[in-house]
Design a protein around this ligand. Structure first.
Ligand SMILES: *Cc1c(COP(=O)(O)O)cnc(C)c1O
Length: 490
């Protein structure tokens, strides 16, 4: 008998791969412990995290492509949507689980566009603080973004300016609850009323606040305007579960007020000889893992658990904002919170003795990740702080290290950008640059080391240079950088 080779893998080899995974992971930001104040969300509930990972593994190979083949996935999706519908005051609403906030936003824009085939060159009206995912949707789907400046004092959308921006080509008005960059809720009742009068859709992007704000209702929400389906004219809402529902990554919800509003989100194709493709979201084959993990984590934490977690995150954010201070002459010297937070996010600016980019580097050196945000229109550069439940117990430590970081940053002085380089960045036309020119620019910007593209030890010089450049130049430089990073090493 000829012996067939088998693909069996030895246990030594398996162990070696595990070791290498650990090595790779060691250079990432920590996802737990509450010291990473962007990108990740930590409930502090280790046993629930373990359950989420178990569910992720159990369902990793199931395929959401066909809910009749995997009825478990349909059931869990409907359960999650039903929960969100209750939270968002939309008893008649329907929805779908997507891979993340961006996919939810993309689909909301797509549905708004496709609901209006009569409109030739569709537009959507966005407050300047709307998430970049709407610009991605604009780019993908050919819906022109019409940007409306927010109120410079409150950082909230301006209803009068929004009204003035509506045309007979507008298919969508967008509001945030809250905005990612500054953490405030737009005046949804006014914006939704405008949309409703114009006979168009209004999407509320509650990707980051949708699973936290509703749990703060009783205690803490007096000043926050209504933003759920309870507001007439709100047609869809996005809520990320992989943010404040503390589930593993890859889960968001998009809800529409009625099945009819959801209809243009579906796609089906029988125009080939294989299975009829039938999708409610952008992915076709999709792992059931993230959905099952979200179902497991949310079910385990439960309504009462989320009420506690939301209050923890909120009290962390409030304590942090109070410590930094809303005025220059209060709290941490040289810093202030740009606007009183409505939810669990805080944005902090520096006076001209230092800069937020250096403060971010100093904080990283002290074991905290805070996210620098560039200046945009009249809005200053800031540090973004997403406060998780697990950060709340460490707010005092955070503030102590922040004071130290600011002291070090003031000593160093605001990061110096070579005036020639700043001038070049400010006037560059990225469309006119070839690959060699980008290579040169990346080198000048400090994004290329001796072994090719690499992040420098300190990011402040790079960030300050980008900050001095207009947004299209920032975009082009960063794309050139990523393009070079994403090349397999020889
Ligand atoms: C995070 C976020 C998004 C995008 O979500 P991803 O999950 O990162 O794709 C959209 N809008 C808001 C307000 C967000 O906070």
């Amino acid at each position: 008998m000829p012996s067939h080779p088998t693909a069996e893998v030895s246990s030594a080899r398996l162990a070696d791969v595990r070791r290498r995974l650990d090595e790779l992971r060691a250079h990432d930001l920590p996802t737990h412990g509450g010291r990473t104040l962007a990108y990740v969300y930590d409930s502090g509930l280790a046993d629930v995290d373990a359950l989420g990972r178990e569910a992720l593994g159990m369902f990793a190979s199931t395929n959401g492509l066909d809910p009749t083949a995997f009825p478990s996935l349909l059931r869990m999706e409907n359960d999650l949507v039903a929960w969100a519908a209750r939270l968002l005051d939309g008893p008649e609403s329907v929805g779908a689980v997507t891979s993340g906030g961006t996919e939810s936003v993309l689909l909301a824009v797509l549905a708004a566009r496709d609901a209006r085939p009569d409109v030739d060159r569709p537009q959507m009206v966005l407050p300047t603080t709307a998430h970049a995912a709407f610009h991605k949707a604009a780019h993908y789907f050919g819906v022109e973004p019409v940007l409306v400046d927010v109120d410079p004092r409150t950082y909230r959308a301006d209803p009068a300016a929004t009204e003035a921006a509506l045309t007979d080509r507008t298919v969508l008005v967008v509001a945030s609850a809250p905005s990612y960059a500054h953490g405030v809720v737009d005046p949804v009742p006014e914006l939704a009323a405008l949309a409703s009068e114009a006979g168009i859709r209004c999407h509320v992007d509650a990707c980051i606040g949708g699973w936290a704000l509703p749990y703060l209702t009783a205690v803490d929400r007096a000043s926050v305007p209504a933003w759920t389906f309870a507001v007439p004219g709100v047609s869809s809402i996005s809520v990320d579960l992989h943010k404040y529902a503390y589930t593993p990554k890859g889960v968001s919800l998009l809800l529409h007020r009625t099945p009819e509003l959801r209809r243009p989100q579906y796609f089906s194709s029988a125009a080939w000889p294989g299975y009829t493709m039938l999708n409610s979201t952008m992915q076709s084959t999709k792992s059931g893992g993230p959905l099952a993990a979200a179902w497991a984590v949310t079910t385990a934490i439960g309504e009462s658990g989320y009420a506690v977690l939301a209050r923890q995150a909120r009290s962390g954010a409030v304590a942090l904002a109070a410590a930094v201070g809303l005025e220059w002459d209060r709290g941490v010297e040289h810093l202030r919170v740009v606007v009183e937070p409505d939810s669990t996010l805080v944005a902090v600016e520096c006076d001209d003795t230092c800069d937020v980019f250096t403060v971010a580097d100093e904080m990283l050196a002290r074991g905290w990740f805070v996210q620098p945000q560039m200046a945009f229109r009249s809005m200053p550069a800031t540090l973004h702080l997403t406060v998780s439940a697990a950060t709340e117990p460490s707010v005092e430590d955070f503030v102590r290290d922040l004071v130290d970081s600011v002291r070090a940053s003031v000593l160093a002085g605001p990061v110096h950008v070579d005036p020639g380089l700043a001038e070049a960045a400010a006037t560059l036309d990225p469309a006119g640059l070839d690959d060699a020119a980008f290579d040169g620019l990346l080198q000048l910007a400090g994004l290329v080391g001796p072994d090719g593209p690499a992040l420098p030890e300190r990011m402040a010089p790079v960030n300050a240079l980008l900050d001095a450049a207009p947004p299209p130049v920032r975009e082009a430089l960063l794309i050139a950088f990523l393009d070079r990073l994403q090349r397999p090493s020889p």
